[in-house]
Design a protein. Structure first.
Length: 129
């Protein structure tokens, strides 16, 4: 595991599960930013990773926009705004303020649009994960 003090720099996100499994702690709290965003990486939660080629030219598409049902949850406390940490009951998916947009995509998932880097004229690909 190495130097624990390095992991503790994550602040309030650091908990006892981090001491037991630092890889899971990193995965859960630090490496995947939940919520709405542009660009980034494809989130593979429901299916295994698979190619997302453009239907027009076959070029591998890239993530353009992610629309999420919530901005954070109990598994991603490190991404919660400091001012929201005072009410831990609000950590559940779909409850404000974690879902302040009140948008629910397919029962709590996220919609990601992929775009073809070769041409903006080519159709987008949708992925719900």
């Amino acid at each position: 595991m190495g130097d624990v003090s390095r992991w503790e720099t994550a602040g309030s996100a650091w908990d006892t599960t981090g001491a037991l499994d630092p890889q899971e702690f990193y995965f859960r709290n630090l490496c995947h930013a939940p919520g709405w965003k542009t660009g980034g990486w494809t989130r593979w939660g429901l299916t295994d990773p698979m190619p997302r080629p453009c239907s027009e030219c076959g070029t591998e598409t890239t993530p353009l926009l992610t629309l999420a049902s919530s901005e954070w949850n109990s598994g991603s406390r490190s991404w919660m705004p400091d001012e929201e940490r005072t009410n831990p009951t609000q950590l559940l998916i779909g409850t404000p303020p974690a879902n302040f947009t009140s948008i629910d995509i397919a029962g709590g998932y996220g919609l990601q649009l992929h775009a073809c880097p070769a041409s903006s004229e080519h159709p987008h690909i949708e992925l719900i994960q």
